[in-house]
Design a protein around this ligand. Sequence first.
Ligand code: 3HC
Ligand code: NAI
Length: 683
Amino acid sequence: MSVITTHRDGEVLVIVSDNPPVNALGAAVRDGLVAAMDEALANDDVKTVVIRCDGRTFFAGADITEFGNPKAGSVDLNTVINTIESSPKPVVAAIHGTALGGGLEVALGCHYRVAVPSAKLGLPEVKLGLIPGAGGTQRLPRVVGVEAALPMVTSGDPIPAKLAASIGLVDKLVGEGSLEADAVEFARGVIGNASHPVSSARTDKIAGTGSGVFDAFRKTNARRLKGFDAPEAAIKAVEIATKHPFAQGLPMERALFEPLLAGAQSAALRHLFFAERAANKIDNLPADTPILPIARVGVIGAGTMGGGITMNFLSAGIPVTMVEREQAPLDRGVATIRKNYENTAAKGRITADQVEQAMSLLTPSLSLEDLAQCDLVIEAVFELMEIKKDVFGKLDAICKPSAILASNTSYLDINEIATSTSRPEALIGLHFFSPANVMRMLEVVRGAKTGASALATSMKIAKTIGKVAVVAGVCHGFIGNRILAARQKQGEAMLLEGILPERVDRVLTDFGFPMGPFQMADLAGLDIGWTKETSDPTRINYALCERGRLGQKNGAGFYDYAADRTRTPSDEVNALILDFADKSGLRRSDVSDEEILERLLYPMINEAALILEEHIAQRASDIDVMYVHGYGWPSFTGGPMFWAGTQGLDKVVAGLGKHADKWPDLSISKLLRDKAAKGESFA
Ligand code: 3HC
Ligand code: NAI
C-alpha cells in the first residue's frame, strides 16, 4: 500500500501519510504528497485540503538515512512545500505527536495549522549539525517573528502546541481524540475566506527588524553555542529572512545548509543520533522479556546522589520513599530537594504547584522496612563494599520478591555486592551522574547474574525519567570512570612536570569540553577518598586538602573561587605545583598544547578500546554516547571513538608511542593496533 493515501469528507480532501515509525519525509512520502496535491487541484469538487499522519506522529522530519545518498528521480522537499503553499485551495496541517524539521517546514508551507494540545513543534536540525533546508529559517520568522524563531532554530528544542498557538505558529488547538474531524471542520470554515495566509509572502512579523537583535542574541547565547557551526548559520539564515524577499532567501538558506551537510560536525552529530538509538539495543536480551511495572521507588541515602536520584522519579510523577540512617541527613536531603525545585520554579521553568506536587510524592524515612512495597530500590550510600553488602543483605529480607535492587556505586564490583542477597538476578548497577537530577546519562551495569527483566525494566525506566542509558559490564569504574581514570592519571603527571592547571584545563575547553580535569576536580571536591590520617603529601590533590583547599565547596581548590564562584588561578597552588615539579626533577618547559591534548585524550581511546576487547561495552558508539552525555565530551566531534576515527587510529597509536615514556605501565589495546594497521575506524 502507498505510504500516502487520500479520502474525501465532502469538499475536503484528507491526505494521510502512514510511514512508520515517525513518518519521515522519505522519497515515497514526498512523491505521494505531490501526487495527492495534484489530485486536490485537478478535482473541482475539492475545495480544501487537510494533511495529517497516521501512527505516533506528524512528519518528524526529513529521512535522515537519505542524507548523502538522495534518491534519484523523486521530488525534493522544497518542491513539495512549494506545491502546497502555491495551492489556491487552502491546505490545513493537522498535527499530533511531533512536527519536526522538514515536518514543521511542511506545516509552515500549509496555509493553516491545527494541533492537538499534546503535540510539539520544532526545528531540531541544529542537533544534527544542520539548519532547516526547506525554507524553515525563512518561513518561521515570517510566521512567529524573529525573537520567537531564534531560540527555536538555534537550540533545536521543540515547543509545546499551546506555546506554538500563543506565538501564531498554530492557528487552533483541537481535540486530542478528534484531530481529523476537527481539522476537517476548520478547513471547511476557511473555504470562504477572501485569501489564505502564505507564510513565505508574509512580512508583518519581521518588518523593521534591525541587526541589533541578532548580535544581542549571539552575545547572550555565546556560551551555549560555543564550538558549534550550525547555530551561527541558523542565526544568519533568519537574518537573511528579515533582509531579503523569500525567493532570494530560500537559495541563500540552501547555500548555508549544503556545506553543513557535507561537514564534519553534522557527520558527528548524525552518528550520535543513531548511536543513542543503538544504545537501547541490548545483546542477549530476548525481545519478549517482561518489563516490570515501577509504581513506587525506594532510594537509600539522601546525600549528593540520593537526593538527585530521588528528584528524577518525583519529577516523573513516581512516588519515592527515601531512607537515611539518621534524622539530620534525612532532613538535609529533603530540604535540598525542595530548594532545588524552588530554584527551578524561581527561574520560571516549573510552577509553584508543580513543586508541591513533586514534594507530595516524597516519603522520608529512617527505616529500610518502609521499602517493602517498592518495585525498584536504588542504593546511594557511602562507597564502601561492607556497607553496600550490609544494605543489600537487609533489603533481601525486606523487599518484595519482584523488586529490582540497584546500586549507584561508581566503582565497586556489582557481582560481589550481589553475593549479599539470595536473588542476584534482581541486582543491577544504576550509575547516575552528578548532579543526578540534571545529567542525562545513566550507566546501567549488568552483573554476571543480572536477570533479563531487571535489565529491560531498567532501560525502560531510564527512558521514563528522561535519561540516556548505556549498558556496561562489570569492571573497576565500569565504562565511564575507568576511561576517565586514564585521563586523570595524565593530568596529575602533567602537574609534576610543572604544567599548570589552567593551561591543562584551557586545552580541553578549547577542544570543546565545558571544563577541564582540574575544574572538574574542584567541582567534585578534592577530598574524595582523603582523610587527614591517611593523607599522602606526595600527591598534589592531598597536599591541597592538607592546606584546607577542598575544592569549589570551600572557595579554594586548584583555583581560588569568589563568592559568586568566579574562578581565578591561585598563586599559592601554582607555586606549590612548581615546587613539586622542581623536587621531582620532571619540570619541563617544552610542552606544546598538542602534546597536552594527545596525552589527555589518547589514553582514553586506548582504555576504551580495551573495554571493547573485554566486552565491557557492547559497541564503540555506546562509549561515544556515554562520554557526550556523561562527561561533556563535545558532541560536535561525535564522542571519543568517532573522533579517534576522524583523527585516524594510526595517528592515535603513533601518538601513544610518541609519549610512551609518560605511561610506562600502559598496555596498548590489540584491537586499537589491529584496526589502525588495517586503516579502519571504530564506526
Ligand atoms: N529519519 C529517519 N529515521 C528516523 C528519523 C528521521 N528523521 N527520526 C527517527 N527515526 C528512526 C529512529 O532512528 C528510530 O529507528 P530504530 O527504531 O531503527 O532505532 C525510529 O525512527 C524511532 O525513533 P526514536 O527511537 O527516536 O523514537 P521516539 O518516539 O523516542 O522519538 C522522535 C521520536 C521525537 C521523532 C525522534 O525520533 C526524533 O527526534 N527524530 C529526529 C527528528 C529530526 O531530527 N528531524 C529533523 C531531520 S533533519 C530535516 O528535517 C532537514 C530538513 O530541514 C530538510
Ligand atoms: P554522600 O556522602 O553525599 O551521601 C551518602 C548518604 O548515605 C549520606 O547521607 C549517609 O548518611 C547515607 N548513608 C550511609 N549509610 C547509610 C545506611 N546504611 N542507610 C541509609 N543511609 C546511609 O555520598 P554520594 O556522593 O551521594 O555518593 C553515594 C554513592 O553514589 C556512592 O556509592 C558513590 O560512589 C556514588 N556516586 C557518587 C557520585 C558523586 O559525584 N558524588 C557520582 C556517581 C555515583
